[in-house]
Design a protein around this ligand. Structure first.
Ligand code: SAM
Length: 324
């Protein structure tokens, strides 16, 4: 890849007319035109135009971002990251969503770097590319699965991207994975090279947190956009009509059953008539850091921070690691 620092003017002038290159994992293409594997569930919330658009409609309506104090979260991420101080050639976004936070992060740079979004949703991948194409050089995006399709992603990145890089996973995506945290973090640890960075943003809980009082556990907090997003995911996973799922939303079961590789985590699990749909894991921050220190060798913690919102007893945490 060319040096991003000398490409700035080209990027700004040419991006709106250049084509968009997507690298598509054929396995995910199969999911898009067929069934989602039985062991996978939360990706049904984002797959295809239905999932991607339902997520965008949630985000665009300000529901997701307002409900989780997103401004405060973004400040925490930007402060932990201080990207302008890092010597990186490329920002690799694992699960960019609408690209809004990535846009804020990369706008703080005086000169554009390379940006490569990786997502399981074609709609979210395109949205993030369209959002960032005027402030970053985007050689391609990857439609892939970072849980079971890591080797596809790794092959593309290893061939095309110059070190040092930063990999980001923002929006508690780590806390939603179907197959716990360790397999993905181990893959990342094996892939990142000396001088590369990893930034993780996750959800945390305070000592006074109680399952039954959690914002997401209380169904009366679920706005119509949240219900539509969840219902279309259930519909995609189970082949039931979305309208029917919405009518029977009371049957959405929300239970506490902990499944996490990181000690003292809490999980909120959503299922519908026996089909699992989503888990939201929240972490005890001290335990999270302890796990990282033990399991992410040889990574050094550069910065970390968290906040708890008193009225929710939940909050956000962010950690920046560097491979030494
Ligand atoms: C909770 S959203 C977070 C979005 C964004 N980072 C933010 O903070 O607003 C999770 C994102 O990760 C993507 N995603 C979830 N699981 C994935 C997987 N296994 N492989 C690739 N992308 C995935 C979703 O499509 C979505 O864009």
């Amino acid at each position: 890849m060319a040096n991003p620092k000398v490409m700035k003017s080209n990027i700004i002038e040419k991006q709106s007319t250049t084509s968009i290159t997507l690298e598509v994992d054929p396995e995910i293409a199969n999911w898009m035109v067929g069934e989602i594997p039985a062991n996978r569930s939360q990706c049904s919330l984002y797959l295809d135009s239905g999932g991607g658009k339902a997520w965008l409609s949630l985000v665009d309506a300000g529901v997701y971002k307002t409900n989780t104090s997103y401004n405060k979260i973004e400040e925490l991420i930007i402060e932990t990251l201080k990207i302008e101080t890092l010597d990186v050639n490329a920002f690799i976004s694992f699960g960019p969503g609408d690209g809004g936070t990535d846009y804020k992060i990369l706008s703080s740079l005086l000169e554009p770097i390379h940006y490569i979004p990786i997502d399981i949703s074609n709609v979210l991948l395109l949205r993030s590319i369209l959002k960032l194409r005027d402030i970053a050089h985007i050689p391609f995006g990857i439609l892939g699965d970072f849980e079971e399709g890591f080797s596809f992603i790794r092959n593309k990145l290893e061939k095309e991207v110059n070190a040092p890089i930063i990999v980001s996973m923002i929006g508690n995506t780590l806390g939603n994975l179907d197959i716990n945290e360790n397999p993905l973090l181990a893959n990342l640890a094996g892939f990142l090279k000396k001088g590369d960075y990893l930034v993780l943003h996750v959800s945390v809980y305070s000592q006074s947190w109680e399952f039954k009082s959690d914002y997401w556990v209380q169904k009366e907090n679920h706005t119509s956009k949240m219900r539509q997003w969840i219902a279309q995911g259930i519909s995609r996973k189970t082949n039931k009509e979305m309208e029917e799922v919405l009518r029977n939303y009371a049957e959405l079961e929300i239970t506490e059953r902990i499944h996490s590789d990181i000690p003292n985590s809490r999980s909120i699990n959503f299922s519908y008539r026996g089909d699992k749909i989503l888990s939201i894991r929240r972490y005890d921050w001290a335990s999270f850091i302890g796990w990282i220190k033990q399991n992410m060798d040889p990574f050094e913690i550069i910065r970390e921070g968290y906040f708890i919102e008193g009225d929710r007893e939940t909050g956000s945490a962010c950690i920046l690691l560097k491979r030494s």
